[in-house]
Design a protein. Sequence first.
Length: 118
Amino acid sequence: MEQPTTGAGQGNGAEPVALSSYVAALAARSLVGRREPLREPHGEQLAAAVLFADISGFTALTERLARTGPGGVEELTELLNGCFGQLVQLVIDHGGDVVKFAGDALLALWPADEDLPG
């Protein structure tokens, strides 16, 4: 899928910024092509399936690894990257969008097909 971009950063020799590197792709798609900047908060309602994934036992694991020193922090980082890397890839492979990360949790959604009754 092509990354939505914004003109921000153009004009000074910089390449366009990939907007979806900073916001969920769903939000980026709704912002791309706007002629005027948003001047106030904007929201939309949509039918979607939502996934909230939280790593069970994360606090205990963090405490245990923290006691081992800097190597434990590195191990925790590798575990999180591996776990979230797999989850993110699964979400993307099945047409979803990761909306947010929060500590050991992630929020993803799949907008409903517009032609579904509902």
